[in-house]
Design a protein around this ligand. Structure first.
Ligand code: NAD
Length: 368
């Protein structure tokens, strides 16, 4: 029997609740398809800060590097929020593991599940046919640039009053742009053959270089893929205005962070969106949402994004397309039957039945 070793990172807030459902689904897939998935839990984020003082303990990184794939839930929460940049923050655990595993590609599919069309705030005719993939660069740009805070004469206001200034550096190298663009063109070839490259080339030098590199690669190796450029501010509008226009959207780290949350809302719930972070080795799978501290511990979190991240793991890390399809079909069937967690329930639809986190996981497992 094939055996895989998973590193599971529950993190904070609703993390432990939803990852338990992801593991349950993985076990069901293992039973049906004859694969042994062993999960080893490790600490990350606020939970790791509390236990060790660090958001990404060395033991966690070692466990992740020794695994076949990493399943993460979410990190962060008000307990660890601080504006003091000398204090550890949960998000550093996430950024640290992405960097250490070389996960430069973040794939975020945005699909409408037909029974949830009513959960979107957009009109049905606008979301009809939406099926897009955001390909976000994950290890460069502002989030990894040099950062400084100064309290000096340059920080003084116009009247000479002393003040602080803060600097974050946005930097990209050609090879970083080329490898993420390649991922986007490859994804487009598996989909509808259309890439929209998003930048701010009317203002930023990094964006002008981005555009040059993307076009050079396109013309040399992917002329069969349709490529268009779009400024990030226009993209923010078009995603709401005509989301079905997009197939693959490729962009740098911060633009991708913002646009993917916006795209998430097209579907009506962050609780439905999975993501895969890929590099050249071990990959990491996680929901697109955060740790939802407002509902943590209540047993009402939607586990479906976590479960759909298990689907992506089966597809990308284990090449188990049939098993991945089975997970997707199980989620679709459960939604078709009207089962909902609170975040995706529509009070005006009497056929919706509201379930808690565990019961929703059980429904998906039954279907598998
Ligand atoms: P969030 O995604 O945690 O929550 C936003 C809203 O969506 C909340 O109302 C929440 O209850 C709801 N929500 C999110 N996931 C849900 C689910 N599975 N089921 C039902 N409802 C769900 O974003 P936030 O409130 O901005 O951030 C909370 C914390 O999460 C912060 O500390 C933030 O830094 C962190 N965060 C972590 C990640 C990550 O781990 N990848 C991503 C984003 C935010």
């Amino acid at each position: 029997m094939p055996a895989y070793k998973m590193c599971c990172l529950p993190g904070d807030g609703i993390g432990p609740e939803i990852i338990a459902e992801g593991k349950k689904v993985l076990a069901a897939v293992g039973a049906r398809f004859g694969v042994d998935f062993a999960c080893e839990d490790a600490l990350i984020g606020g939970a790791a800060i509390d236990a060790t003082g660090e958001p990404l303990p060395a033991a966690t990184l070692e466990a992740a590097q020794a695994s076949d794939a990493v399943l993460l839930a979410a990190v962060g929460g008000p307990k660890w929020d601080t504006t003091d940049s000398s204090k550890p923050r949960p998000e550093q655990g996430l950024l640290g593991i992405r960097k250490a595993l070389g996960l430069y590609t973040n794939l975020r599919p945005v699909q409408i599940f037909a029974p949830l069309a009513g959960a979107s705030t957009l009109k049905p005719e606008v979301i009809d046919g939406v099926d897009l993939m955001i390909v976000r660069e994950l290890t460069g740009g502002l989030y990894f640039g040099a950062r400084h805070r100064y309290y000096d004469e340059e920080g003084a206001g116009p009247d000479g009053t002393p003040g602080q200034r803060a600097v974050d550096t946005l930097e990209y190298r050609e090879y970083e742009v080329e490898r993420i663009a390649r991922q986007a063109f490859e994804a487009a070839r598996r989909r509808r053959g259309h890439v929209t490259s998003v930048d701010k080339a009317n203002v930023l030098d990094t964006s002008r270089m981005w555009r040059e590199v993307v076009h050079r690669l396109h013309d040399a190796e992917y002329p069969d893929v349709t490529l268009d450029d779009m400024l990030v501010d226009n993209t923010a509008m078009q995603l709401i205005n005509r989301p079905a226009f997009f197939d693959v959207v490729v962009t740098e780290n911060m633009f991708g962070d913002i646009l993917s949350d916006e795209a998430a809302q097209i579907t009506g719930s962050l609780g439905m969106l999975a993501s895969a972070s890929l590099g050249d080795g071990v990959a990491l799978y996680e929901p697109s949402h955060g740790s939802a501290p407002d509902i943590a511990g209540k047993g009402i979190a939607n586990p479906l994004a976590q479960i759909l991240s298990v689907e992506m793991m089966l597809r990308y890390s284990f090449d188990m397309g049939e098993a991945a399809d089975a997970v997707h079909a199980a989620v679709e069937a459960v939604l078709d039957e009207g089962w909902r967690t609170g975040d995706i329930a529509d009070a005006s639809t009497p056929t919706d039945h509201v379930l808690g986190t565990v019961a929703m996981g059980d429904k998906v497992v039954e279907r598998i």
